[in-house]
Design a protein around this ligand. Structure first.
Ligand SMILES: [Zn+2]
Length: 373
């Protein structure tokens, strides 16, 4: 992992945006393809050929439901000198890996992103701004980057993504709308539903002008796989809304902030309402422990009237209670190397000013740097 993640500034048509993404991140995309195809095989028993045949089915789906996303992926393929189906497989890797985890029913068991995310309403923050924050824990060898995109039709966006993936999954837009995500696995996850893929949904959320539109992107129709989304929007002082939406393939469930704040990790709060079985393995300890800890930190601060500052948000993301399976997550050396996950990027966003602070790797050991849209 690099000490500073690259920021790509992109503009123009979807094709041009994709082409420049591919050209500027050529080595990183090549690395990510190598990492994911190796992991498809070693962790989910998915061969290169099988992954590609499923990617081809998804390319047809994306061509139909989101032609702009498809065009951008094609630009990435040309710019990076890779095959379009390889790039598509990277963009639907959430579907390919997650549904395979719940399908094979034997070791290896599901591995979810170990993410810890929280958002605080303006009234709970020192300067009255809506704050959204997240540690994204995943395979340390994955190459991440930030995309700052000036879109031809839609708001401008600043988001974190994996090199080669068009749809950023943690980010904000010029309408003061922000997105955080948590991976969750359920018994009903299945790539073969061939619905709108997770990363396409993230991309559409960040191109939404309103919270209502973003909420519709998540809840309309069925989903291939489960996931949790935290949405927030604040355009001006005195406004500001946050909603957490837990989703399973056939149902969604909304959680409201509790005394000014909401937090989520990698398990369902309401699996029964969503009609699914929770699938948790050794991750169980990590997600439950991180969930209890982040709630405790919010209970002891914003929920008893102490206003949050950016430095408090950084300290929460640097918390080591229960290390290595802590909010600031470190590799668990008791696990085999391929099962070790750690914080790959840590992000804090101030929505009304469209500012973002990001630290690469575990935030206890790296400084946050600021960026703005
Ligand atoms: Zn740490």
């Amino acid at each position: 992992m690099k000490s500073k993640l690259p920021v790509l500034t992109l503009k123009g048509s979807p094709r041009q945006i994709g082409y420049d993404h591919g050209r500027k991140a050529r080595p990183e995309i090549e690395d990510n393809l190598e990492v994911y195809f190796r992991r498809f095989k070693s962790e989910t028993e998915l061969s290169h050929d099988l992954a590609i045949s499923r990617a081809a089915k998804f390319l047809d789906v994306i061509d139909k439901i989101s032609p702009e996303y498809a065009e951008t992926m094609k630009g990435v393929a040309v710019g990076s000198g890779q095959e379009i189906l390889d790039i598509t497989a990277l963009n639907v890797r959430y579907e390919l890996m997650y549904s395979q985890f719940s399908k094979i029913g034997l070791k290896p068991m599901p591995k979810t992103f170990g993410c810890t995310a929280f958002a605080t309403l303006p009234a709970a923050v020192e300067n009255g701004h809506l704050i959204m924050a997240q540690n994204w824990d995943w395979i340390p060898e994955v190459e991440g980057l930030f995309l700052k995109v000036k879109n031809e039709n839609g708001p401008d966006t600043l988001s974190f993504t994996e090199a080669g993936v068009v749809g950023g999954k943690i980010g904000l837009n010029s309408e003061g709308l922000g997105l955080l995500i948590n991976g969750i696995v359920s018994s009903k996850d299945d790539w073969a539903r061939l619905k709108k893929p997770f990363h396409v949904r993230c991309w559409e959320i960040l191109r939404s002008r309103t919270l209502a539109r973003a909420r519709a992107v998540i809840s309309q129709g069925q989903r291939n796989c489960s996931a949790n989304f935290i949405l927030g929007q604040q355009k001006t002082a005195r406004s500001g809304k946050v909603v957490d939406i837990e989703t399973a393939p056939e149902a969604v469930c909304e959680l409201r902030p509790d005394r000014g704040a909401v937090a989520h990790t990698n398990h369902f709060s309401n699996p029964r309402i969503l009609g699914v079985k929770q699938v948790l393995d050794e991750e169980r300890l990590s997600t439950l422990q991180r969930y209890r800890r982040i709630q405790e930190l919010l209970d002891g601060s914003v929920r008893v009237g102490r206003k949050l500052g950016i430095s408090d948000a950084k300290n929460m993301l640097r918390d080591h209670y229960g290390k290595p399976e802590s909010v600031c997550r470190h590799s668990n050396m008791k696990l085999p190397e391929y099962e070790r996950y750690e914080t790959v990027v840590s992000v804090i966003m101030d929505l009304p000013t469209r500012k973002m602070w990001a630290a690469t790797g575990t935030p206890c050991s790296t400084e946050y740097r600021s960026m703005s849209l």
